[in-house]
Ligand binder design. Sequence first.
Ligand SMILES: NC(=O)c1ccc[n+]([C@@H]2O[C@H](COP(=O)([O-])OP(=O)(O)OC[C@H]3O[C@@H](n4cnc5c(N)ncnc54)[C@H](OP(=O)(O)O)[C@@H]3O)[C@@H](O)[C@H]2O)c1
Length: 337
Amino acid sequence: MKVAIVGASGAVGQEFLRILAERDFPMDDLVLFGSERSAGRKYTFKGKEYEVKLLQHNDDFKDIDIAFTSAGGSTSEEFAGTITKYGCVMIDNSSAFRMCDDVPLVVPEVNAEDALKRPRGIIANPNCTTIMMVVVLNPIDKLSHIRKIHIASYQSASGAGAAAMAELEQQYRDILETGSTTHVEKFPHQLAYNVIPQIDKMTPNDYTKEEMKMYNETRKIMHSDVRTSATCVRVSSLRSHSESVWFETERPLTVEEIRQALKAAPGVTLEDDPQNYVYPMPLESAGHDDVYVGRVRKDLADDNGNTLWLTGDQIRKGAALNAVQIAEYLIKVGDVK
Ligand SMILES: NC(=O)c1ccc[n+]([C@@H]2O[C@H](COP(=O)([O-])OP(=O)(O)OC[C@H]3O[C@@H](n4cnc5c(N)ncnc54)[C@H](OP(=O)(O)O)[C@@H]3O)[C@@H](O)[C@H]2O)c1
């Protein structure tokens, strides 16, 4: 088994290295790729050094079985043909192919089998905020079909990549040292001491692309007609996204039914004792695999509604971990070359 990471120097790429090592992913060799910015840089994996190769249109992927790609949508679009040409399975973290009919969009806890039908050799990893939400809502949907979801997200700086994390830290340093910052590049406004109610570009219906990903990708992953209305907000936590989720089911569900379903759900940890100040928070979920849920309660404005709070490390379950779990599933069912 030969594995490639495309975008190895990035926030998600670095997490791939940690997760593949932690999970002792069954592989014999590793190849790292990047642009000219990181080509030649060396990273250590399981005690051995690997040098980043320049991603080019050549035969470098001929012997590679699985490529984890996290180098942005335009790189994925440009290089998909090169990567998959000789049968390598491309598990792509960008949004480039997520809504293509001939590319499965997979969260293993929800729709692992979809990964088996991939005419183009590409499997798309969904949007991070969507992954974490469907891991939690899928077991509830099995109790009673979810018709509607309203959500407000609280997304950390790292969702915009490694340079964005550095920008937030620099902004705090600037402000504390000089009283202001001009270091505003990766976000549309200063993020330090602020929240920004826009993630990604606006679309013609006044929702952002991130918010429309939540609408469209949730339906595709869950094979559902559910309608999702989201407001996605950037907050100044460094790592781990949080979400406040209101959902309406076909029949009214009790809080206890929901708690039981969540306790039994793979990839979910229930931390719900608010009387004792126990609920999930991003500082604690950072670096962990599960999506953490708390504040489960009835929706006061909707008899068929309930509401909950969730938080999870979006670089792990929202990106690298989910992709590695897809690969582990393919290996388990013997569906990789
Ligand atoms: N951060 C998250 O929470 C998250 C979650 C889900 C999905 N994603 C998606 O994952 C992808 C990577 O995100 P990130 O947060 O890791 O971004 P990042 O920290 O900015 O890293 C981007 C990576 O892409 C590489 N890259 C850019 N252009 C390239 C090219 N032409 N050829 C080869 N490599 C190239 C960069 O390599 P160089 O340094 O060599 O340029 C770098 O390794 C994006 O598509 C993002 O939407 C991110």
